[in-house]
Design a protein around this ligand. Structure first.
Ligand SMILES: Nc1ncnc2c1ncn2[C@@H]1O[C@H](COP(=O)(O)OP(=O)(O)O)[C@@H](O)[C@H]1O
Ligand SMILES: [Mg+2]
Length: 264
């Protein structure tokens, strides 16, 4: 029941692409939560290719929360993510104007999502770009791991640099741990992970290869080719899922007090 938050500092580095790909590669049941205040579901318009109408989930959830039945309403609003038997989507704000009225829902929603299935359902949040009006500022505190996505060029690095301190503080303020870091999209174009870490003072958890055809499967709903699973991006997303799993296990070890029975 971990919550993993993905966001960007500037431009469009591939947060939604990564969120969809990661949900599909996730080894346990998972909910993909769209919390991008830009509005207009980029997953329904992209990966679903517009075949599914937005279900106004957020309005329903606000109403349910007012009636104290958020936990009851939530499961009915989750839609299966095609291509996975274990991933479901909770589509986010219909518009940027609607996002303004959702500021109070994110925290109770994240709480309910984490509690939804005690058997081990995780939550991946597509939080879009930092700094937008109505950005869900309460979510980083609820996150077990917050990952900032960026490309490896100078404009991306410059934008991320002025967010680095805030990003670090999100990790430190998190109720459940200290997880924060970077995911580099298109490494060595031209900067590598070491240079990025040196400038930003944040660890690069994983790199996602520059791979337009595989990215278009997740971002636009292109049909996967026969070798899609072996493509660099598909492979890297699997690695990212594993790296997140390891990081979460480490922070759990740090947070769990030693069992006195096992003391020497
Ligand atoms: N690893 C990648 N390699 C190549 N293109 C990518 C990669 N990740 C994302 N893209 C492309 O970048 C564009 C923006 O991606 P998107 O996920 O919508 O960004 P964001 O959610 O950060 O705005 C899309 O056209 C997507 O296919
Ligand atoms: Mg997006």
């Amino acid at each position: 029941m971990a919550l993993i938050l993905l966001a960007s500092a500037s431009g469009s580095p591939g947060v939604t692409t990564c969120a969809v790909g990661l949900a599909l590669a996730w080894p346990r049941p998972v909910v993909l939560l769209e919390a991008d205040p830009t509005g207009g579901s980029s997953v329904l318009a992209g990966y679903f290719q517009g075949w599914t109408q937005p279900n106004d989930a957020m309005v329903e959830l606000v109403m349910a929360s007012r009636a104290n039945r958020l936990g009851e309403a939530l499961p009915q609003l989750l839609e299966p993510l095609p291509g996975s038997t274990a991933a479901r989507l909770l589509s986010g704000p219909r518009s940027h104007a609607q996002a303004r009225s959702l500021m109070d829902i994110w925290e109770p929603l994240a709480f309910e999502l984490k509690a939804l299935d005690r058997g081990g359902q995780d939550v991946i949040v597509d939080a879009g770009r930092l700094g937008l009006t109505s950005w869900p500022t309460s979510l980083p505190r609820m996150a077990d791991l917050s990952l900032l996505l960026l490309r490896a060029d100078l404009p991306s690095l410059a934008a991320a640099r002025q967010w680095a301190e805030t990003w670090r503080s999100y990790g430190q303020a998190a109720d459940s741990g200290q997880g924060h870091g970077l995911v580099l999209v298109g490494p060595n174009r031209p900067y590598g992970p070491n240079e990025i870490t040196k400038v930003l003072g944040l660890p690069v958890l994983e790199k996602l290869s520059w791979d337009p055809p595989a990215a278009a499967v997740f971002s636009r709903g292109d049909r996967p080719g026969r070798r899609h699973r072996r493509r660099p991006l598909a492979r890297d997303l699997g690695r990212l899922a594993e790296a997140i799993g390891r990081r979460l296990a480490e922070s759990k070890d740090i947070l769990t007090p030693p069992d006195p029975e096992e003391a020497p």
